[in-house]
Write a protein that binds this ligand. Structure first.
Ligand SMILES: NC(=O)c1ccc[n+]([C@@H]2O[C@H](COP(=O)([O-])OP(=O)(O)OC[C@H]3O[C@@H](n4cnc5c(N)ncnc54)[C@H](O)[C@@H]3O)[C@@H](O)[C@H]2O)c1
Ligand SMILES: [Zn+2]
Length: 415
C-alpha cells in the first residue's frame, strides 16, 4: 500500500459540561497497487524452475501446503527443488475440496504456520488446485495481518484462472466464496507437465474457464481451442505441444489483461470474466457442491449464450458454435437443478454482489460481449424456454435439430 498524502488532523474543541472533548478528524488517503509475475516452466526439474524457487523462497521461513494427491504424485520431485534452500520448508498436506473449503481449513493452515514459526517475512506456498490456492491465499492475508504467498497451480483451472488472480476465499455454508480477500501472490509458477496426471474431468473443467475467456474476449483463442479440443483433452494438454502452450499462454495473458484493468474490482462491476459466473455459484451450491465449479461454469456459459441468442444479441450461428464447442469438448450444458427459481434467486444474489446491477455477461459474437444490466427484459418465459432448450439439446446430438431449435426459439423472441 502506498501512502499518497500525509494524514492531516483537524481539531474541533467541543464543550461538554465540565469536560472539554477534542474531536480529531484524521484522513488517510492510500492507493493500492500490485505487481506479480506469472512464469511458465518446462518442468519442475528444469534449471529455470529451481532458480525461481531460489529467487522467491530462499532466506524466508516457508510453509508449503499441498493436497494429498499432489503430495503423493510430486513430493519426491519437489523435494529435490527444496534442496536449493538453506532450510527445508515445512510441508502441510491438507485434504480439501469444495465441501471442506471453509474457514476451518484456513485455520488449519494458520495453525501449521504458527507451528512452523512463520514470521513476518515468512512465505506460504500453495501447490495444488484452486481450492488449495484459495485457502492458502486467505490464510496468508490473515497471518500477521498479511504475509507473502506464492502459487504453483497444478490443475488447468489453477493455471489459467484461480492461481493467477488476486483473490482468495472460502465458502460460508451455501454461500460460495462469501469470506475472501483480494490478496495478490508474490509470484506464480505455471508448469504444464503437472497436467499429465490430472483427471479427464479436471482438464475439462479448465477448458470451461478457457472457453469463458475466449468467448467474450479472444476470438483467436476460441478458434485454437475449437480446432484442437479433442487432442488437448486426450493428451491432458501436452499435445500438440505448440498449440497447448499457445492456448495456455493466451489464456493467462488474456486473464491478466482483464485483471490489470480492474484488479480490486473497484473500477467497475462490469467484468467480462464474470461470464459463466452468475448461475454457476448457486448451481454448485444446489448440488451440495457435487457439481464441480468448471462444469457449473460450462452450464452458465451455455445458458447465457442461448439467452443472448433468443434476445437477438448474438447470431444463431455463433451461439451454436459456442454450445457446440462445449458439447464437443464433453462439457455439460444442462443440469436438472437448473430451473426458473434457481435462475431468479441467482439473479437476486448477483445484484446484491454487483451493487444492485445484474451485469449479466452475454456474448455478442465470438470474442465479443455485452452486459444485460437489469432483469426487466428477462421474463420468466424467456428464462424457462432457454432452460428447456438446453435440456433438450443436452439429450441430442442431432446438430440439425439443435440449429432448428435455436432458430425457432430466437425467431419467436426477437426484441
Ligand atoms: N480465486 C479465484 O479467482 C478462482 C478462480 C477460479 C476458480 N476458483 C476456485 O477454484 C476451485 C476449483 O479449482 P480446481 O479446478 O483446481 O479444483 P480443485 O482445487 O478442487 O482440485 C481438484 C483435485 O485435483 C487434484 N489435483 C490437483 N493437481 C493435480 C495433478 N496435477 N494431478 C492429479 N490430481 C491433481 C487435487 O488434489 C484435487 O483433489 C473452486 O473452488 C473455484 O471456486 C477460484
Ligand atoms: Zn471460475
Amino acid at each position: 500500500m502506498k501512502l499518497s498524502r500525509a494524514a492531516s488532523p483537524t481539531e474541533h474543541p467541543t464543550e461538554h459540561s465540565d469536560v472539554t472533548v477534542q474531536q480529531l478528524e484524521l484522513r488517510l488517503e492510500a492507493s493500492r497497487s500490485c505487481r506479480f509475475g506469472v512464469e511458465l516452466f518446462e518442468d519442475v526439474n528444469s534449471v529455470s524452475f529451481t532458480r525461481w524457487i531460489e529467487t522467491h523462497l530462499s532466506d524466508h521461513r516457508i510453509l508449503v501446503v499441498m493436497t494429498p494427491t499432489v503430495h503423493r504424485l510430486y513430493s519426491q520431485q519437489l523435494s529435490a527443488c527444496w534442496s536449493v534452500l538453506d532450510v527445508e520448508p515445512r510441508v502441510f498436506v491438507l485434504a480439501c475440496d469444495e465441501t471442506t473449503k471453509s474457514i476451518d481449513a484456513v485455520m488449519a493452515v494458520c495453525r501449521q504456520a504458527e507451528e512452523a514459526d512463520i514470521d513476518r517475512r515468512g512465505v506460504l506456498v500453495s501447490i495444488g488446485g484452486g481450492v488449495c490456492s484459495d485457502i492458502v491465499g486467505l490464510a496468508a492475508s490473515l497471518l500477521r495481518r498479511g504475509i507473502s504467498h506464492v502459487r504453483i497451480p497444478t490443475t488447468l483451472i489453477g493455471q489459467v484462472d484461480a492461481g493467477i488472480g488476486l483473490k482468495g476465499g472460502v465458502n460460508f455454508g451455501v454461500l460460495k466464496s462469501y469470506i475472501g480477500c483480494f490478496y495478490p501472490p508474490k509470484a506464480v509458477a505455471v508448469v504444464p507437465t503437472f497436467l499429465r496426471t490430472l483427471s479427464g474431468d479436471g482438464i475439462l473443467q479448465g477448458i470451461a474457464e478457457i472457453v469463458k475467456l475466449a468467448c467474450v474476449c479472444d476470438s483467436a483463442l476460441f478458434e485454437d481451442v475449437e480446432a484442437a479440443v479433442t487432442d488437448l483433452t486426450r493428451t491432458r494438454f501436452q499435445e500438440p505441444e505448440v498449440v497447448a502452450k499457445k492456448v495456455l499462454r493466451r489464456s493467462i495473458s488474456g486473464m491478466l489483461a482483464q485483471l490489470s484493468e480492474n484488479p480490486f474490482e473497484t473500477v467497475t462491476l462490469e467484468r467480462a470474466v464474470d461470464f459463466g459466473h452468475t448461475l454457476s455459484h448457486p448451481l454448485e451450491a444446489a448440488t451440495g457442491y457435487q457439481l464441480h465449479h468448471g462444469f457449473a461454469v460450462a452450464i452458465d456459459i451455455a445458458f447465457s449464450t442461448i439467452l443472448a441468442s433468443r434476445m437477438s444479441l448474438i447470431k444463431d450461428r455463433e451461439a451454436l458454435r459456442i454450445v457446440d464447442l462445449l458439447t464437443n469438448a464433453g462439457l455439460p450444458i444442462y443440469h436438472e437443478k437448473l430451473d426458473g427459481s434457481l435462475v431468479e434467486s441467482a439473479f437476486d444474489a448477483t445484484k446484491k454482489h454487483r451493487d444492485g446491477a445484474l451485469n449479466l455477461v452475454v456474448p455478442t459474437g465470438i470474442g465479443r460481449h455485452a452486459f444485460v444490466k437489469d432483469t426487466e427484459c428477462l421474463s420468466m418465459s424467456l428464462i424457462g424456454e432457454t432452460i428447456e432448450y438446453l435440456r433438450k439439446a443436452s439429450h441430442t446430438n442431432a446438430r440439425e435439430s439443435v440449429n432448428g431449435a435455436i432458430s425457432a426459439l430466437s425467431r419467436r423472441t426477437r426484441l
